[in-house]
Design a binder for this molecule. Structure first.
Ligand code: NDP
Length: 457
């Protein structure tokens, strides 16, 4: 059994050690690197000399480029604000860098690098020609007026536009960056370039080059993956209960697809607390609160007075104290630590579906796997968003747009194929239903082959 919190094999250990020395303060990045390296021993040992001679792993953990820049803007009171922007272009061996932009006060270089590193593997699994990148800013969109958001996005793009392009690097949304922000970013890009290069950003509005089903894609894709994973293990999704952390883009559309699949969703959350509705979440209410009013999940009480609101307190986010068969962390990284993993396992949860990136700590993942709780790893299970972004790029290149049904069917097929890759690697290396390791190994094989073929660059 692979242990996600332990790295074995001399070459892998050496690379982890050197990476840790070089990036002492980047704990999230080191966590993501450790998680991947802890699963690669079976592949590395088959071809260790070649990988060492090519310094494959050393290159894999070093970004091709990091861009960090000043973002000055003027708030509604006429005061100048200064934020820091980033774009990490981590690995372009299988296509233009691709990955979202995150606007959140917690953003720093470590978080950007962990997200970009994960993205390399995720994008490889989609089967689409896209490399790994990520970006964002420590700008906090909460409480800002539309005008302030626009001014920030314009200033951010003034610098970012020098580094992106439809064949170079194609950003999209992530936490704090949705349709509104992508619109402002695209407008500024178009103004500076004086050209309509629709394929430079994805997650665009439908009126100007966006794809139907992109908004739904990450959440829907997560549920397609869950269905496949459970089915392969003889478990029927319909009739199960679920809790979902977060109430943003991924959480809302995971909930929508879960309801369509006959799952009863009992609880959802935001960073302040969670709502628990024993009769099953009323998604229309959540959509109105979050997508239209941009409000807080607590306001659900106004729509369903019989529901309960539980405010955050203590180590375990309250959404995970609600017993459910399926748990879908769709908020942020490190939401589920070992303590929470133990509670969920004791409560009889049979599967975890990572809608967010790295929502479980390495120790939590190991605990789940050791206790036969199935884990759908984020790199694979939430890849539907970026896969559909790649479909948006295809439509932009063709100057065409496909129907919702066409895009959704392609998304479903991609997710089925991603699960197949995880399962095949699990079987080939006898991992014992460890799709976390399966996803890493399947993606690594593809990326390493491309990196070796392209020489030492
Ligand atoms: P949104 O900004 O739409 O929503 C984020 C949700 O998570 C909100 O409910 C937010 O609550 C909550 N949240 C954010 N930070 C924290 C925190 N520190 N603690 C607790 N709750 C928090 O983002 P997305 O739905 O787009 O992204 C969610 C996750 O999914 C992220 O990990 C992202 O990287 C990942 N992802 C997103 C994809 C996409 O297509 N959008 C694709 C693949 C992965 P609050 O409003 O209170 O901050």
């Amino acid at each position: 059994m692979v242990n996600q919190s332990e790295v074995r094999g001399e070459y892998l250990k050496n690379v982890l050690e050197t990476t840790a020395e070089k990036n002492v303060y980047e704990k999230e990045f080191l966590q993501a690197v450790k998680e991947v390296l802890s699963t690669l021993e079976p592949v590395i040992e088959k071809n260790e000399k070649l990988y060492k001679d090519m310094a494959l792993l050393e290159r894999l953990v070093e970004p091709e480029r990091i861009i960090s820049f000043r973002v000055p803007w003027v708030d509604d009171n006429g005061k100048v604000q200064v934020n820091r922007g980033y774009r990490v272009q981590f690995n372009g061996s299988i296509g233009p860098y691709k990955g979202g932009l995150r606007f959140h006060p917690s953003v720093n270089q470590s978080i950007m690098k962990f997200l970009a590193f994960e993205q390399i593997f995720k994008n490889a699994l989609t089967g689409r020609p896209i490399g790994g990148g990520k970006g964002g800013s420590n700008f906090d969109p909460k409480g800002k007026s539309d005008m302030e958001i626009m001014k920030f996005c314009q200033s951010f793009m003034n610098e970012l536009q020098k580094h992106i392009g439809q064949d170079v690097d194609v950003p999209a949304g992530d936490i704090g960056v949705g349709g509104r922000e992508i619109g402002y970013l695209f407008g500024q890009f178009r103004k500076i370039r004086n050209a309509y290069e629709a394929g430079v950003l994805t997650g665009k509005g439908l009126e100007y080059g966006g794809s139907l089903a992109r908004k739904e894609a990450t959440g829907y894709g997560l549920m397609y993956f869950m269905r496949e994973m459970l089915h392969a293990n003889g478990i029927e999704l319909s009739g199960k209960t679920a809790v979902i952390s977060g109430s943003g883009n991924v959480a809302i559309y995971a909930c929508e697809k879960a309801l369509q699949m006959g799952v009863k969703v009992l609880a959802m959350s935001d960073s302040s607390g969670c709502i628990y509705d024993k009769n099953g979440i009323n998604l229309d209410a959540v959509k109105e609160i979050k997508e239209i009013k941009r409000g807080r999940i607590k306001e659900y009480l106004n729509y369903v007075p019989s529901s309960k609101y539980i405010e955050n307190c203590g180590n375990i986010p309250p959404v995970y104290t609600v017993k459910a068969d399926i748990v879908l962390p769709c908020a942020t990284q490190n939401d589920i630590n070992l303590e929470t993993a133990k509670l969920l396992t004791a409560n009889g949860t049979c599967a975890i579906g990572e809608g967010a990136n790295m929502p479980c700590t390495n120790e939590a993942v190991s605990f789940f796997l050791q206790n036969k709780v199935l884990v759908a790893p984020g790199k694979a299970a939430n890849a539907g968003g970026v896969a559909t972004s790649a479909l948006e790029m295809s439509q932009n290149s063709m100057r065409d747009s496909w129907s919702f049904e066409v895009v959704d069917k392609k998304l479903e097929d991609i997710m089925i194929n991603i699960f197949k890759q995880c399962k095949e690697a699990d079987k080939e290396y006898n991992l014992g239903n460890n799709y976390v390791a399966g996803a890493n190994i399947a993606a690594f094989k593809k990326i390493s082959n491309a990196m070796i073929a392209q020489g030492i660059i």
